[in-house]
Design a protein around this ligand. Sequence first.
Ligand SMILES: *[C@@H]1O[C@H](CO)[C@@H](O)[C@H](O)[C@H]1NC(C)=O
Ligand SMILES: *[C@@H]1O[C@H](CO)[C@@H](O)[C@H](O)[C@H]1NC(C)=O
Ligand SMILES: *[C@@H]1O[C@H](CO)[C@@H](O)[C@H](O)[C@H]1NC(C)=O
Ligand SMILES: *[C@@H]1O[C@H](CO)[C@@H](O)[C@H](O)[C@H]1NC(C)=O
Length: 194
Amino acid sequence: MLLQLVSFLALGYLVLGYEQALTFYTEPGCVGTSLRFQNKESDLTAYSPLLGEMKSWLLQGYWVAFSETNYTGLRNLHVVSYEDMVRCYNDTLFPTLSLRYMGPLETTTPSASIYSGSGEYFMGGVERTFTGLAANNFGFLPKFLVLTGRSSWTGFPNEDFSGNATCFSVMDIIGYINISSYGIKSLVQGCNAE
Ligand SMILES: *[C@@H]1O[C@H](CO)[C@@H](O)[C@H](O)[C@H]1NC(C)=O
Ligand SMILES: *[C@@H]1O[C@H](CO)[C@@H](O)[C@H](O)[C@H]1NC(C)=O
Ligand SMILES: *[C@@H]1O[C@H](CO)[C@@H](O)[C@H](O)[C@H]1NC(C)=O
Ligand SMILES: *[C@@H]1O[C@H](CO)[C@@H](O)[C@H](O)[C@H]1NC(C)=O
């Protein structure tokens, strides 16, 4: 009985959530010397030559890479690996000076992350992640929203959680929404408000 329960939980973990990770390899097919990332890296200047040597990468979660520091410049990588699908990409990366997973490390965490955007890339720039029941005082008008943990959030056009409410949710354990046209200034977790 105990064994059955444990195996069920182990299986459930694989399917329901995971920690985000991105590993680069010196050889195609994800073999050779590896370089693993599990942090938000705003300045990869020191790693840039090494990254240029990498010929494949394995990704879990939602990762974005940029040609300049602080998640600006050109977008070199923008990949979401849903659920427990881990894929090896035989690819090299254009010169990259910043790299981050989107939202929290653990995708089961119910959260909303907002982005200021950088140029035409709405997922760039400043990121703020919220895990509480409500959030406001963003400091910028968010262009992009990333949700994790199968949470849904109600967005409002006013700072005080008032006005025309919009419910945001995504299909998977992690996903994104372009919210540039909504003018969202406050968020409440869940979509049962009113
Ligand atoms: C990646 O390269 C390896 C080694 O050359 C090869 O075995 C594998 O099939 C390639 N994978 C893809 C997805 O092309
Ligand atoms: C990144 O942004 C932070 C905060 O805005 C700033 O202090 C820092 O100097 C920037 N770093 C680089 C390398 O652009
Ligand atoms: C409320 O928002 C919805 C969708 O964002 C929009 O279609 C509708 O026109 C808005 N209504 C008002 C009164 O602003
Ligand atoms: C985001 O939505 C706006 C308004 O609907 C649209 O003009 C813009 O092209 C979209 N941007 C991206 C990056 O999808």
